[in-house]
Write a protein that binds this ligand. Structure first.
Ligand SMILES: [Cu+2]
Length: 136
């Protein structure tokens, strides 16, 4: 009787080892996202994003954002649906962002930049970029 239980334990642990090694061999699903190109930065001062726009419940939050030129905005998709951040004039396009995916863009030019989600075009937002004091 003693030997049988040892035997069973041995079989059990062997099975466990096999299962563990199988699960660790599962293909990795990491999406290979190409690094986002940012508009060429003339300044070295800005590295981190200065502002964050959340995308939640099919809305950009905040919908309108005022920033200084040279500043960076990080967009975070917190919906279960994919969304994009696409300039109306085509100046920038995040392409589809999956859940929790982020996209950052540096706005070096002053102006008003309306954007929308190319998947859900009723989603709209605006970035207003004001020139820096020491500019021109
Ligand atoms: Cu969308």
């Amino acid at each position: 009787m003693k030997y049988i239980s040892y035997f069973l334990i041995a079989i059990g642990s062997a099975l466990l080892v096999v299962l563990l090694s199988l699960s660790s061999c599962s293909p990795n699903h990491q999406s290979a996202t190409p690094t986002n190109q940012q508009t060429e930065q003339s300044k070295v001062s800005v590295q981190n994003s200065n502002h964050t726009v959340k995308i939640l419940n099919f809305k950009y939050m905040p919908e309108t954002l005022k920033i200084g030129s040279g500043e960076t905005v990080q967009f975070v998709n917190q919906d279960e649906e994919p969304h994009t951040v696409t300039a109306k004039d085509g100046a920038f396009d995040s392409k589809a962002l999956d859940t929790q995916q982020t996209w950052t863009h540096t706005f070096n030019q002053a102006g008003t930049f309306p954007y929308l989600c190319s998947i859900h075009p009723y989603m709209k937002g605006t970035i207003t970029v004001t020139p820096k004091r020491n500019e021109k």
